[in-house]
Write a new protein. Structure first.
Lengths: 294, 397, 397, 294
């Protein structure tokens, strides 16, 4: 049944009357998403291409049963919008916004579990279960339904890898872009656990990059808890220490968080690491092959 | 954004943290006046955003105002680890009885600020953790609750300051330390810092607690809440980075000769890695972001091509939100004009790739090659960089 | 602790909430001066900690300073619902265009403060909830997060103030309302209030938002954080309650004639209930708390016996932490001396009950009976209250 | 196995070197409690009657495995002490302190669930599982082991009722004093649920008083979820509206929270309400009798 979202998800867009919000709401609907509501303070009562707009999240949830919220809200208002969604009973909050202050994200990630809400993002493309639901800004036409679960810290690298998978006839169950910020919601561990438990997922791809210890912890988790084949790709071998490489979280601090360390940790856990994005495909095929003929 | 010591200290002072009387000086004459106004001896310190200034000769104790002027003359204009010294801090000197370490830092793995204290200042915290764990406190501060009193007590207990230790005004050093910890937390939170470090935090021979150094980093994303610090942020950027930032680009200069431009941080990092794997070296990291318009592409080219080391340019785009035809338009806009004399390799895939490739073909830009895949683009760029730059090499690339 | 309107309004003003210019007056002359200093007309309002002052004639609009003096003369010295008026507030009058209701109150069932707003002021909130739910906002404020902007927006949306509505300084009424909601929350939190109510919050004919009344209750338990309000708290207590509080007792005066003293709020309430069930009526609720010493018992007796209505005293102790012998010592200390002319029924059970009973027997206090059980003690006390007070009756009791 | 505490509970006392703390620590130990540690800032390294004292809760938990903390801490320091206990991994925090500010309790009760900690109190006597563990200030000699679970808003009324039970030969499984403050930890509902699930509990006694809606909600809960016999006692029929009767939470607000209402709600749910504390015994005996002979 894929992970986190599927055709039963009832999606709400916060900031739907904005340029970005309206654009991506239309794209999500086109990608098969059950888009039930929009929220824009002061615009309640309007509709955007048939989707009813509400002044606030709580009345939108009450009226439409929305359980997933996708935010297209400027960075300085994102904290409030995420808290509003969680307080209104939204189960999964997806935030694509880049540049949210660290303090705001610390408060949000401390608060959301109190309401039982999960977060995907911020500073990422959201997530997609191909043809069934897209919650975010992933280009749906690159994706195709199938049995590979993918979780990634990078948007474009995800599209690139998925493009290769699709070209090779390998479809995806759910693809999660966890976002490039140091403080984020759902990460490698949560997705690995969900993919491992998901009947529709047969293999898993991790896309990592420099910074933090997420890949190392993912490697340890795979060793202990994951029976399905896992393949990885890591970016940032050439990144100089102390420089943020585009993503706020993509930084080698001191000698910690390097791509080489991550690669070593993954390989030590038996996870092959592709030298280039396109190499994920043969590695994955080899892994699946090996499983099929023991 | 890192703050200079003296800016950090003025924040410290406003937050109620104990600092010594000091003056900023931008010339030997100013340093002399400053020293004369303060109680001698003074310390003259280079104001640079890097460590190691002591070893580099950037810190000098001066007994007279004349010595201070001479020290300033030596230090101003020094370059420490690549940072030019444009001002010094002239600060009253104190006799140090004990050195402590105190910091609050955003701890990625905990998603929350981490309060770090060591009863041994000036040394590596990890080493203290091994050798004398009781002297070290490392405690996460809950973002919703804020700093709790029990955490402050933990710090005071670890410091092991005797009850007899008190400043000239009678304030026990223990109490001063508790106050400093609370003040540092307030400063950290209210200024949206990601690091507030006092190293060393000292107890003077007269029992006073003083912040001898300051290291403060402010979250760039939160500068909209701190109008007072915004100007400094702008001044702090180097010229090229400032221009890139202004245009909405993420840009980092690297050591190689292959200019790199792409959409998405991961994709650009990946491109740089593949260049290295193929034996080349990237000159930069430049991410035009998602959905970039032609003008942004043009601005990025502008920044990259202004770097002298660049001998070939590699443009790698995977169009998700970004439309490849928009990128192609930006390329044509800049490269179609005179003055660009490096070969360019372009890879376009995804959203509107066919349209983009057609636009480039129509423009017929000399020296521009469209590669059929990301891997091939990297191979061509590395080959182009290795080959002598010339019209023939370009056409072959 | 409830604050008077004018004290609440000075807190409002410090917190940035809009209030009208006003002066406190304790005499007609002061009221006249105040009115002359303000812009006429003014409103003269009784300062009492109870509602219904308008109906009682405690609020008067005055067109001249002479009228204000006359109104103050009438109002000062009034008693409204049992509260003597010792001062009035002379406040500039305004023309009211709309009345709103705004409050933050500690909501027991949610364990958190509740923000309540109604676009219809001056009426019952429950009624608005039924008749026009869109005009009412009732939203819990998370104690760890504080008030969120989305909650402020909910209030502003419910208010339905048009964008054209703006004060003389050009501040849109919507924005003023958002500011008032935030300011009220800060005040509530920072002053440890359990209630901050503005009813009515008005929009004036000129588009200004103004708090016309204030009702603020401060948490007594938090007064240690509010030295400025402590004096007021002390002055606010009635004499007997103040004495009881001073001695560490919980004391509430009731309407009956049986003085009640016990340990534990539940036990004392239960005793009062049993007295009522037996046909009697308690004169007071007096809880000496857990582990009370003889002096506390003596102080409690002192307070209870100072009430004229008391015709019999019932002491009911179940010793858990409290030692019955300590209680007996306190009883002997007060009752063993002259001047106590009411019969006393004592019930001692639990911790050191035997020792306590022995002490009372040894003391041989006339008019004191030790009952064998709680039920029997109540029966004896009710019988004693009903009987004419006299030496014989006592001994029989 | 009783509820919340038993002989396996490892109890720590915060404020053990104070007068109250030392006194009650000794009483708890005498009542059979496994008292493993004390905490008193600045007194670490001392012992109090053989119990080791630590400067803070975290090292005490690390050294002794304490899982229950009983606080004897002045009201103004209670917030910090409860948070410290929960942050250190204490499972059950027991606070007897009276007079804690409402704001502090709102923060504490919002925070403790984030650490998975339960609270008993404040402004109550704590709880006791007779002869096995006492965490608080209940007079242990009044209690005797048995099968009646009791939860109460009042300390002395509890002792009084338990005294009657014990005299009548009816022992107690666990007795919980939830405390008299409006904002408190574990309440009627939590205890009812635990007692219902507890093998050692055969019947339940509720002792309520004026103020709040706890008894009404308990009545509704019993109707839905409790199969064991329940008997109640309510105090405060004679309390005038608007006056706090000793406990901060014991107040009739407007016409809400009266004893008469609570009695009606309980009786409507089939729960007999005793007219006096001593009458709990015969009511309980009748209930148990009825169950035994259907």
């Amino acid at each position: 049944m894929a992970i986190l979202i599927d055709e039963r998800s009832r999606v709400l867009v916060q900031g739907i009357t904005g340029r970005e919000g309206a654009f991506h709401a239309a794209r999500m609907r086109a990608a098969g998403t059950n888009l039930v509501a929009g929220v824009s303070p002061g615009k309640g009562g309007q509709t955007v291409e048939g989707t009813p707009v509400f002044d606030a999240v709580a009345p939108a949830v009450a009226a439409t049963g929305a359980d997933v919220a996708v935010l297209f809200v400027p960075a300085r208002f994102a904290r409030d919008a995420m808290i509003e969604a969680a307080d209104a009973g939204i189960r999964l909050v997806v935030c694509v916004t880049e540049g949210i202050p660290v303090r705001d994200m610390a408060e949000v990630t401390a608060h959301l579990p109190r309401r039982g809400a999960l977060l995907v993002g911020p500073n990422g493309p959201g997530l997609i279960t191909p043809r069934r639901c897209s919650a975010g800004i992933m280009p749906a036409d690159v994706f195709t339904p199938g049995a590979v679960g993918l979780v990634s810290r990078s948007g474009t690298l995800t599209y690139e890898v998925v493009h290769e998978l699709t070209m090779a006839g390998i479809g995806q169950s759910t693809v999660v872009g966890m976002g490039g910020d140091p403080i984020h919601g759902v990460g490698f561990l949560e997705c690995l656990e969900l993919f491992e438990a998901d009947d529709e997922t047969a293999a898993i791809v991790l896309i990592g990059e420099i910074g933090g210890q997420g890949e190392e912890r993912a490697a340890a988790f795979v060793r202990e808890h994951v029976s399905k084949p896992v393949v990885a790709y890591i970016a940032g071998f050439g990144a100089p220490p102390g420089k943020r490489m585009g993503h706020a979280g993509a930084i080698v601090e001191g000698s910690s968080g390097t791509a080489a360390e991550k690669k070593a940790a993954l390989e030590a856990a038996g996870i092959p690491v592709a030298p280039a994005p396109a190499d994920v495909v043969p590695l994955l095929q080899a892994q699946l092959e090996r499983r099929r003929s023991p | 954004m890192d703050l200079l010591e003296h800016t950090g200290k003025s924040l410290f002072a406003s937050a109620g943290l104990p600092v010594l009387p000091s003056r900023v000086a931008r010339s030997p004459a100013e340093a002399q006046v400053a020293a004369a106004e303060l109680r001698l001896p003074v310390v003259v310190k280079a104001q640079v955003k890097t460590g190691g200034r002591g070893k580099a000769g950037g810190v000098r104790v001066c007994a007279t105002d004349g010595e201070a002027a001479a020290a300033a003359a030596d230090i101003l204009g020094m370059t420490i680890r690549g940072h030019a010294v444009s001002c010094v801090l002239v600060e009253q000197a104190v006799e140090i009885a004990r050195e402590l370490y105190l910091a609050i830092s955003s701890a990625r793995t905990h998603r929350v600020p981490m309060l770090i204290f060591s009863a041994e200042g000036g040394v590596d915290v990890e080493e203290v953790a091994r050798r004398n764990p009781g002297a070290l406190v490392r405690t996460p501060v809950d973002p919703l609750l804020g700093l709790c009193d029990y955490q402050v007590r933990d710090v005071v207990a670890a410091a092991g300051l005797g009850p007899e230790l008190a400043g000239p005004d009678g304030t026990p050093a223990k109490q001063a330390l508790a106050g400093a910890v609370r003040a540092l937390w307030r400063l950290y939170r209210d200024s949206d810092a990601t690091l507030c470090e006092v190293n060393p935090l000292v107890v003077t021979a007269t029992g006073e607690l003083v912040c001898l150094d300051s290291k403060v980093t402010i979250d760039d994303n939160a500068l909209f809440r701190h109008a007072d610090l915004k100007a400094e942020a702008h001044a702090a950027k180097e010229d090229r980075e400032a221009r890139a930032h202004e245009a909405g680009l993420s840009f980092v200069a690297l050591d190689g000769d292959i200019g790199v431009l792409g959409n998405g941080a991961g994709l650009v990092m990946s491109t740089i890695d593949q260049i290295a794997a193929a034996g080349g070296a990237a000159a930069d990291f430049c991410d035009i972001g998602g959905g970039a318009r032609a003008e942004v592409v043009a601005a990025a080219l502008d920044v990259i091509l202004s770097m002298e080391a660049v001998s070939v340019l590699l443009v790698s785009i995977f169009g998700g939100i970004t439309r490849c035809d928009e990128v192609a338009r930006g390329l044509v806009q800049v490269l179609g004009h005179a003055g660009v004399d490096v070969p360019v390799v372009v890879r376009l895939d995804g959203n509107a790739a066919a349209e983009g490739r057609a636009l480039l073909a129509d423009a017929g830009i000399p020296g521009l090659t469209v590669a059929p895949s990301a891997g091939e683009a990297v191979r061509l760029a590395v080959a182009g960089a290795a080959a002598p730059a010339g019209p023939d090499a370009r056409r072959e690339g």
